[in-house]
Design a protein around this ligand. Structure first.
Ligand code: 5GP
Length: 133
């Protein structure tokens, strides 16, 4: 079975700007972000639809995201960390964590921002330094 691009990231076949991981979950920067600090939180287990995840793992996925969000907020000035689950592009469950100041900031139709490799690296490093897991 062909693996999803996110499984390839989990397995280290494709690089990512890592924010945090444990045995079950991985958080990394979205490569095509709506805002600086836009982060994806995924289960390492390859499951397409988030509501197909069994209860314990589903709950732990959101608890893992809950640890990541304050670290993003500490680094990226914003009113809130918006939470979205779309899943139409990559068939591997993931939670979007997006720094927002208003509703438009989490409109997935709006143009994405372009960041350099250096900027991604710095944002990821700053967020990592604020994570308490
Ligand atoms: P969705 O499936 O929720 O509609 O969107 C998938 C998200 O994954 C998009 O925001 C897209 O930018 C992101 N994405 C797709 N491929 C990659 C990748 O290879 N690396 C990273 N870091 N993000 C990706």
């Amino acid at each position: 079975m062909a693996h999803t691009i996110f499984t390839k990231i989990v397995q280290g076949e494709i690089p990512c700007y890592k924010i945090a991981e444990n045995d079950d979950f991985l958080a990394f920067l979205d490569i095509n972000p709506l805002a600086e600090g836009h982060t994806l939180v995924i289960p390492k287990l390859e499951i397409d639809y988030i509501f197909d995840i069994e209860d314990a793992l589903y709950k732990d996925l959101f608890l893992f995201a809950k640890k990541i969000a304050p670290a993003i907020k500490a680094v990226i000035p914003c009113k809130r960390i918006g939470v979205a689950v779309i899943g139409l592009e990559v068939p591997h469950a993931h939670i979007h964590l997006v720094p927002i100041n208003g509703i438009y900031d989490i409109d997935f139709k709006k143009p994405k921002i372009a960041l350099t490799d250096h900027q991604f690296e710095n944002i990821a490093k700053d967020i990592r330094e604020h994570i308490e897991i």
